[in-house]
Ligand binder design. Sequence first.
Ligand code: FES
Length: 134
Amino acid sequence: MEAMTAYAICRFSDIPSQRAIGFHLMILGKDGTPRPWPIVIVRWGKQVFGYINRCPHHGVNLDWERNQFLDTNGTRLMCGKHGSTFDLGTGACVDGPCKGRGLTPIGLAVLDGDICVTGIRLVEDDGTDDEEGA
Ligand code: FES
């Protein structure tokens, strides 16, 4: 069996507790074709939860305002388009138009203080990309 690769996305300390941050990554599909892979990572104390950043209702990114992922109480993920809310720990939609459905969880691990994604093949940055710092 192939060893599981873990890709470090950010430091655990980069996400304050009770905050959520989105990342726009690229993964390689089974046929080797790169495709966008937007995710959201939520930190709650010592725990982290990660989901594909795609609302099960209309398939849009949850954060209409960049990195605005949480509802007004800060206790659920929320889709900015029609206001569906999702349980932080399971991704299940608890209220709104997609009630009964849920966000797609992603594999996460915290290794040596880094939050890592697992179970996918990430297109790794070759260092020539200058889109950061806008
Ligand atoms: S697109 Fe998210 S609730 Fe409608």
